[in-house]
Write a protein that binds this ligand. Structure first.
Ligand code: GUN
Length: 283
């Protein structure tokens, strides 16, 4: 293996230490940052993620309020909960854990989060501001990817970046964040022709497809920075990334592991966004 491993655990710890220091400064000004998390239903993976987010909050001195709602909760009930949290001055950030049960219109729920409390960066206002270069909450996973790329010391400007995956949560915002840093960006997806050839041109390769081992060693340019967003639970019960790690590490200069990579950074960036939401109260 030749690639250096980008240590998500160490980087996330550094980002959370930053957030904790900012929380202390806010508390000195009389603002106690608070994140409300709405969890609907009993998806086991979501429950694990939400527990992780609450633990991170505790570690950073952020108050967390986890509101667990029954899987049969109606859209109206959920929207009413959101309205109350929107009006609650003591709540700075609101996060609705996805996926929601099938009977709930996800887009309608996300649109009901006030943009200034939208620490996930999922609302149309934040997505639009990300597109046009305005101040916004950037979604946590792609923001974490950028921190990981920056940690390598490589200059993003002028590099060829390939993002595999076009979700609203990861692929599209990752492409916009890279573009804002002057990378030349290509977004690939399930209909892309010659995917391997395009990936091989990438100085920065971001894999966000949700299929274990989808990016094989032959798709990696020698010396590339490979960021693996995938978290796939294998038949072996273990977590696997979207990248064939062993093969890609033979080619890449830097690579993120799974677990211990992007997932931890997503949680850390959520802390930063929550602090940012609370800082508005001092403006
Ligand atoms: N489900 C999977 N990832 C996320 C995330 O980053 N935010 C929310 N709200 N739900 C998710």
């Amino acid at each position: 293996m030749s690639a250096a491993i980008i240590d998500g655990k160490a980087l996330a710890a550094a980002v959370k230490a930053e957030a904790a220091a900012e929380v202390e400064a806010l508390r000195a000004k009389g603002v106690a940052p608070c994140l409300a998390v709405l969890l609907v239903g009993d998806d086991p993976a979501s429950a694990v993620y939400v527990r992780g987010k609450a633990a991170d909050c505790a570690q950073c001195g952020i108050e967390s309020r986890v509101i667990r709602l029954d899987a049969a909760t109606t859209q109206e009930e959920l929207l009413a909960r959101l309205e109350a949290l929107a009006a609650d001055e003591s709540v700075h950030g609101i996060l609705v854990q996805l996926p929601l049960p099938a009977h709930i219109d996800e887009a309608a729920v996300i649109a009901a989060i006030p943009p200034e409390k939208d620490v996930d960066g999922f609302t149309p206002v934040n997505a639009g501001n990300l597109l046009t270069g305005g101040d916004c909450f950037a979604p946590c996973t792609p923001a974490g990817c950028i921190r990981m790329i920056q940690s390598t010391g490589i200059d993003i400007a002028g590099k060829r970046a390939v993002v595999v995956g076009r979700s609203n949560i990861v692929g599209k915002p990752a492409a916009l964040l890279l573009l804002a840093r002057n990378a030349t960006v290509t977004v690939c997806h399930s209909r892309t022709k010659d995917l391997a050839a395009i990936c091989r041109e990438a100085d920065i390769l971001v894999a966000a497809v949700g299929r274990a081992g989808f990016i094989t060693g032959d798709m990696v340019k020698p010396g590339a920075v490979v960021i693996d967003v995938g978290i796939n639970r294998g038949a072996d019960g273990k977590l696997h990334g979207d990248v064939d790690f062993a093969a890609a590490a033979e080619k890449a200069a830097f690579i993120t592991p799974v677990p211990g990579g992007v997932g931890l950074m997503t949680r850390a960036m959520l802390m930063k966004n929550t602090v940012k939401a609370a800082q508005r109260h001092c403006d």
